[in-house]
Design a protein around this ligand. Sequence first.
Ligand SMILES: [Zn+2]
Length: 312
Amino acid sequence: MPTTTHYAFLKSILPRWLQIMLRRALVASTLPSAKNVWPIDPNSATPPEGWQGWPDGKKFALVITHDVDTPGGHDHCMKLAEIEKRHGFRSSFNFVAEDYKLSDELMNHLRSDGFEIGSHSIRHKNPFKSPKKFPVLASQINHYLKEWNAVGFRSPSMYHNMDLLHHLNIEYDASTFDTDPFEPQPDGVGTIFPFWVANRNNNKGYIELPYTLPQDFLLFILMRQKNIDIWKKKLDWIAENGGMALFIIHPDYINSKTWHVSGQQTIKAKKTFPKRENTSVCWLTPFMNRTTGLCDMQTRWPSAVISLMSSH
Ligand SMILES: [Zn+2]
């Protein structure tokens, strides 16, 4: 089984098309042994201890997030945001601070339209490669979190180290997943619910938001799916179990050959949500979060993620 070090090394020396071919082969060889835990791991449906349900008695939550990996992705953010706005959605956009030039105009536009800005680290590479050096990197990330008025973090390529993340000034992290044996660091957290990650050294911590719907890259590029059946099946299962359906969509793929599949399928998927019965949109801003008076788990509910919650 390849390790995260193998991935990083191969990524640094192989052309992109060859990396994709190799990952396709790896996915195909992993799939048979993963069929009992992917896309659905039945054991992940148990709510965390102390779980009090969603605000206002809603049945499940939907969270739409975007990771902006490249300059091309950055330039497509507005297009994606406009489409979401048209359909009544708001989402979060996670930017890499120093891999491409970030437009102030874009950031301001997203914020003023109710979208959230989050950190996708300083460079798009494993931030935990050297645990000893992470505090230095963390101070750089904290600088941008403050500058962007951001409270959320998503690690590049879903590398995760939940202890080291306590160095960040965040309200939530979203660098894990319930089940995804195809990731470079494939250990899932085994739950479709958000959960609290306490800092053993003080009474602080952050909330962890695992992604629970397979990534667009896996489905439409590596697996070459032509429809959204896997998303629909998983979404229904998450809703039945009262969990959190969390998407990661990459604006980087808009206008590429894959946009026709991943972009359009994403929109189609989003269009199916409002058709569900008795749904309502809940946008939790940092200010609303502090004034709602929700208790315990809900007090710490991440401040600015889009949540579409079904009340039936
Ligand atoms: Zn990324």
